[in-house]
Write a protein that binds this ligand. Structure first.
Ligand code: PDD
Length: 276
């Protein structure tokens, strides 16, 4: 069951216009919310970010957030979803192909669906591997835009290198991963890139920084270099899907002793406690 064209419909009935601006230009935004025990995790933060992304690209939402939330909750109910994710995207609508915005009155198109996604418990226990690559994305990574080609190409390089994910850097400054934020630990201090235009301000990132504060783990939001990454005691990524995911190998070399670090594990446990 998906929501499109102002109604719920079976997947088989859903179709996209060849002139949809999301399809032609990537002219739109999206959000992904976790579902645990049939309930949305941190919905307000995700809806706030959706509204912000829309405002930053001068897109007006087709319905108020309260209505979008009602649609999302109805999807969960109809699918009887217990553990998974809800995906929603809004494009600037269907209009003759021209780069400038379409005529006033062109209705933005909301599409939403949900699906079962398990918590990555085994990977969270063992840790994953990553490679490092230049960050070739645009300079507004704070917007959750449908334009994901920079992330797609970087992630594919990881796949082809036999690694699980890719850590991006701009001229040697670590930004984030292809679809998650990155944190490292050095001498007991947590470091992560500041939430500016070069990264997506992750909801999981914010939860983890707040947990670090509560656990008296010093956390600094400042740019750090590839060299600092290489010398880190621990590294982990954070995202809606991956939660707190240890990275135990980077570019073929072990991070610290090659096992998930103690601060990472502490934050994993604390994160798990926030799941209702
Ligand atoms: N990715 N950075 C980027 C580039 C992302 O795409 C994401 C989310 C994050 C983490 O944000 P959050 O903690 O709010 O999920 C950071 C989504 C899940 C995706 O594109 O699949």
């Amino acid at each position: 069951m998906i929501w499109m064209d102002d109604r719920f419909m079976p997947e088989s009935e859903a179709s996209v216009s060849y002139l949809d601006r999301g399809y032609c230009f990537g002219d739109g935004i999206y959000e992904m919310i976790r579902v645990y025990g049939g309930r949305l995790y941190e919905p307000s933060a995700h809806y706030e970010r959706l509204e912000r992304s829309a405002a930053e690209i001068k897109l007006s939402l087709p319905y108020p957030i309260e209505e979008i939330n009602r649609i999302v909750l109805e999807l969960l109910k109809r699918e009887r979803l217990e553990e998974g994710t809800v995906y929603m995207q809004i494009t600037r609508g269907v209009a003759p192909r021209a780069h400038g915005f379409p005529a006033p009155g062109t209705k933005p198109v909301l599409m939403a669906y949900c699906g079962a996604v398990k918590r990555p418990v085994e990977a969270m226990a063992a840790g994953i591997s990553a490679i490092t690559r230049p960050d070739v994305r645009w300079l507004r990574c704070d917007i959750k835009s449908l334009n994901l080609l920079g992330s797609v190409l970087a992630k594919q390089e990881a796949v082809e290198a036999g690694a699980d994910d890719v850590i991006l850097h701009r001229d040697g400054i670590i930004t984030e991963c292809s679809a998650s934020n990155l944190m490292i630990v050095k001498d007991g201090v947590l470091l992560t890139h500041p939430a500016n235009h070069l990264i997506l301000n992750g909801i999981t990132r914010a939860v983890v920084l707040e947990l670090a504060r509560k656990l008296n783990i010093p956390a600094i939001e400042r740019p750090f270099t590839l060299q600092e990454l290489t010398a880190a005691d621990e590294a982990f990524l954070t995202s809606t899907i991956m939660e707190v995911m240890p990275i135990v190998r980077i570019d073929g070399s072990p991070v610290g002793d090659g096992l998930p670090g103690s601060i990472t594990r502490k934050l994993q446990r604390a994160f798990e406690d926030t799941i209702p």
